[in-house]
Structure formats: structure tokens, C-alpha cells
Write a protein that binds this ligand. Structure first.
Ligand code: ADP
Length: 490
């Protein structure tokens, strides 16, 4: 554990934490209730935030509906410049946002700074995309007239975000929605609502028109969001979170045939072939596994390593992991912060215990770290048996599980043997093999000789039960646009 230093949270907190951001104003929730947000590294209360009920949620949607026509008609250049101003303002306030992210979510400060930059990048990217929504015009082959294809904003959106990237998951949805001309209600995760409130304050200061972005914090997401999903005025749901909740929301959205985007769970394979640059693979493994304390849907979950290099790989990552400092994310030199809460720690520990009981070898860590927060020792497990739960389930913690393979076909079969399909990673110096992997790995994204794929300029998303739709890239804005075709008679 790191040494503890004084951490004054007050200067990082949003000014209006106990209020909801609705229709351009800061209002107390109808019932007057609030709930506590805690620092997961200490268990101490950071602030209280407004606990919205169904009526508050509905008021936020009404504000988004009222603002929808005006915002859709606002010239794309104006929307673009607002997003660009938000990018500049966020970068200027990087340190404050980073501190707040670390305080409420737990990730090390250096990673929180990285998240601010990543989050800001969506604002810049979609500022650039806002003015490039092209349609097309072409003669109808039957000679009856001309086909005109244009794109219209889908309308008011509900955006539901998780706690693991409190800022980036919000801007990854807000930026394309605003660029497309849509208004939104954001429902941040109850563990990390403060960052969203601080971002709403930034947008408010920049003069975003009232009702374009509304933020509703609540401990009752099923009721508040359920009511909005059933409301015919809502036109789009974008969700990032667990597959279990995503499935439920999809079923609910089916009643109103609501447009949806779903970024759900992952079970990423990380393949290391016998011809890989092993140093690069170890470096990539550390990033793909331990970034965000392993709490990312893109986190590598299964390390499939060719038998001829598995021993060397395990030894190298074991040495790197033993040197990682666990502690409060604001402390100097900390690489591993706390897990988000105690249930999360129990879940990770149960997965490790299951694998060990089946015969896995503990090469590093393997147990909770004492402390007031939900710390778990960064862990490396070797020879993980095929029937271990952690090869099937998302670990969402700092546990690196190694399985040896003998042939490329076997590696690909193992990699694809999951209902998830978000991302895969592969290290090889063989170009032809690299191309075979791109084709055969059943994932929406692949990191070839890299452990990080996240990039505002690229389409992020999964296949199979990892989700529907893409965020970022040229594709991202189309999640918030509907295609309109007109036949113009000759
Ligand atoms: P995690 O397991 O990462 O916490 P969840 O899927 O539980 O992921 O949560 C992601 C987001 O979905 C959070 O904002 C949470 O409040 C919200 N959420 C959870 N359950 C529901 C639900 N039934 N309806 C709407 N939102 C929900």
C-alpha cells in the first residue's frame, strides 16, 4: 500500500451536486431526497447528490422534448463550435476533472488524466463530424425521378452510463447526440454522478441552450429510466453497462420499438503467439489488463499464450505485477486503486478462489488487500483450467489468467468460445497470421500488437452479446440520425 497523503476533496466537487440539471437550471429533486457518494479507497462520504424520482425524470425528458426542435434547427456549425468550446474548456480543467474522477471512482490520477483527454477527444471529434453529415442524390434506375437521401436527428435520447469511465462514457454519447442535433437526458451511474454534474456545469457556463442536456441522478434507475423508456416522446436509448441490464433494457425498449445502442460486457481474449515480440506483448498485457484496475469492458479477460512462450510470459508479467503499488489513486506512484465497492471485491475474490480450487497456480497476488477501501492485490494465475468460471465470466478486476495453447486453430477456437464479442488482442509478427486473425476473431474490435484500442476516431462496439451499434468514428454520429429518403418525381 502507498503512504496516505492529505486529500482535500472540496475544491474538486461540483457546486450544484445536490441539484438536478433540468431545462438549463439547477433544481432540487421533487422529493427533496439526496444520497451519498463515497470515495471507494476510503469509504468516506465525498458529497451528497440529488436522488431523483420518476417525476424528476419526466421533467427532464419534457425539457429535452421542448428543446428538440430548436436544437435540430440550430446550424451544424454552431453546434460544432459549442462542442469544440467544450473540448477546450475540458482540457483547460483537466486537473480538476481528473481529481474528481479519482475521488469518486478510484482510478490512479495519471489514468484519470488520460480519461479526461479521451473524453475530450469525443467532443473534438464530433465537433468535426457535426458539419460533415452528407446525404446523396442519385437518379432512380427506373427513370421515374431522383432519389434524395438525407439524415435527420432521431430526437430526444436517454443516455445511461456506467461508473468505470464516468466522464468518457458520458461524452462518448453526449457529443455525437449533440452533433447530430439531438437533445438528451443523461442518467449517470449512482456510484459516480459527480463527474457528470461537473461536466453539466461546464456546458452550462458555455451557454448551451436550456434543455439540450439534462442530467438526472438517482438511486432508482429501474423506475426513473423505465418510465422514460415507456414514454413515446423518447426516441433513442443509448446504454453502456452490464449485459444483464442491457438485455432487460432491450426487452423494455421493444414495446415502443425504440432505437437503441448497447455497449455491454466483454470477455476479451489476449493471444500471444510463438513469434510475438514478447516484451511488447508483456507491455500490452499490462495495459490491457491493469488499466482502470481491470474494470473495463475492454479489459483482457483470458490470456491465451502459445505453450512454447507461456512460461516466459508468465514470469515476465509476474515480475511486473509484483512491482505495482496499490493505494489511493491520488497518491504518488499508485498503479492499482480500489475496486468500486465491496460486492465487486467479493466477486473478484470468488472467481480467483474458483480457479485456484480447480487447479490454477497463483503466480502473484491472489487475495484482497487489507484497508478501508475495496482493494484487491494485482494477481497472475497460471495454468488456468478450462472449466474455471473466470474464463466464462467478466472478471472486472486486476486478475490476469493464463491458458496455454498449441496451435493457431486451437487459439482461435478458444478465443471465440464465449457469448461475448467486444474486443480481442493478438501479438504476432506474422503478417499473414495477423490478417487471418482479423477475419476469424469474432469481436467488434481487435488490437493487433497493441493492448489499447480506444480511440475517438474509430468505431467502438461489439458483436454477439457485447452489444449493438458503434460509438466514435464516422459511424458514431449515425447512431443519433435516422435516414430519410425522398423520391423527387421528374
Ligand atoms: P455495472 O455492473 O457496471 O454497475 P450496470 O449495468 O448495473 O453496470 O449499470 C450501468 C448503468 O445502468 C448505471 O447507470 C445503472 O444505474 C444503470 N442501471 C442499472 N439497472 C438499470 C435498469 N434496470 N434500468 C435502467 N438503468 C439501469
Amino acid at each position: 500500500m502507498s503512504a496516505t497523503v492529505a486529500r482535500n476533496a472540496q475544491d474538486a466537487l461540483p457546486r450544484h451536486a445536490e441539484r438536478l440539471f433540468v431545462a438549463g437550471g439547477w433544481r432540487a429533486p421533487a422529493g427533496g431526497a439526496t444520497f451519498a457518494v463515497v470515495d471507494p479507497a476510503t469509504g468516506e462520504e465525498l458529497a451528497r447528490v440529488a436522488d431523483a424520482d420518476v417525476a424528476d425524470g419526466r421533467a427532464a425528458l419534457t425539457a429535452a422534448v421542448d428543446a428538440a426542435v430548436g436544437w435540430a434547427r440550430t446550424p451544424a456549425r454552431v453546434r460544432s463550435e459549442l462542442l469544440r468550446a467544450a473540448f477546450d474548456a475540458l482540457i483547460a480543467r483537466r486537473e480538476r476533472f481528473a481529481r474528481l474522477i479519482t475521488l469518486e471512482m478510484g482510478k490512479p490520477l495519471a489514468e484519470a488524466r488520460g480519461e479526461v483527454d479521451y473524453a475530450a477527444d469525443f467532443l473534438r471529434w464530433f465537433a468535426e463530424e457535426a458539419v460533415r453529415v452528407a446525404g446523396r442524390y442519385e437518379p432512380s434506375p427506373d427513370g421515374r425521378g431522383d432519389i434524395v437521401v438525407s439524415h435527420r436527428p432521431v430526437g430526444p435520447c436517454l443516455l445511461i452510463t456506467p461508473w468505470n469511465f464516468p466522464l468518457a462514457m458520458a461524452t462518448r454519447k453526449i457529443a455525437p447526440a449533440l452533433a447530430a442535433g439531438c437533445t438528451v437526458v443523461l442518467k449517470p451511474a449512482e456510484q459516480t454522478p459527480l463527474t457528470s454534474m461537473l461536466f453539466a456545469e461546464l456546458l452550462d457556463e458555455l451557454g448551451l441552450p436550456a434543455g439540450v442536456v439534462n442530467v438526472v441522478t438517482t438511486t432508482d434507475a429501474p423506475a426513473v429510466c423505465g418510465d422514460l423508456i415507456d414514454d413515446p416522446r423518447l426516441r433513442k436509448l443509448s446504454f453502456t453497462g452490464s449485459t444483464a441490464v442491457g438485455r432487460r433494457l432491450l426487452a423494455q425498449a421493444a414495446d415502443g420499438v425504440l432505437r437503441t445502442s448497447m455497449e455491454l460486457g466483454g470477455n476479451a481474449p489476449f493471444l500471444v503467439f510463438e513469434d510475438a515480440d514478447l516484451d511488447a506483448a508483456v507491455e500490452g498485457a499490462m495495459q490491457a489488463k491493469f488499466r482502470n484496475i481491470g474494470q473495463a469492458c475492454t479489459a483482457a479477460n483470458r490470456f491465451l499464450v502459445h505453450r512454447s512462450v507461456a512460461g516466459r510470459f508468465a514470469e515476465a508479467v509476474g515480475a511486473r505485477v509484483a512491482a505495482l503499488t496499490v493505494g489511493h489513486g491520488l497518491d504518488e506512484g499508485v498503479a492499482i486503486g480500489p475496486l468500486i465497492d465491496e460486492p465487486a471485491r467479493r466477486g473478484v475474490d470468488a472467481l480467483v478462489a474458483d480457479a485456484v480450487q480447480r487447479g490454477a497456480t497463483v503466480l502473484a497476488g491472489g487475495a484482497p488487500e487489507p484497508g478501508p477501501g475495496a482493494f484487491y492485490r494485482p494477481t497472475v494465475l497460471g495454468d488456468v483450467p478450462a472449466d474455471s468460471r473466470l474464463l466464462r465470466e467478466e472478471i472486472f478486476g486486476p486478475v490476469l489468467a493464463i491458458v496455454a495453447f498449441d496451435t493457431e486453430d486451437e487459439a482461435i477456437a478458444l478465443a471465440n468460445d464465449t457469448e461475448y464479442g467486444l474486443v480481442s488482442y493478438a501479438y504476432t509478427r506474422d503478417l499473414a497470421r495477423g490478417h487471418r486473425l482479423i477475419e476469424r476473431l469474432e469481436t467488434g474490435m481487435t488490437g493487433l500488437n497493441t493492448g489499447i484500442v480506444s480511440n475517438a476516431a474509430a468505431p467502438f462496439g461489439g458483436v454477439k452479446q457485447s452489444g449493438l451499434g458503434r460509438e466514435g468514428g464516422r459511424e458514431g454520429i449515425h447512431e443519433y440520425l435516422s435516414t430519410k429518403y425522398t423520391l423527387v418525381a421528374r
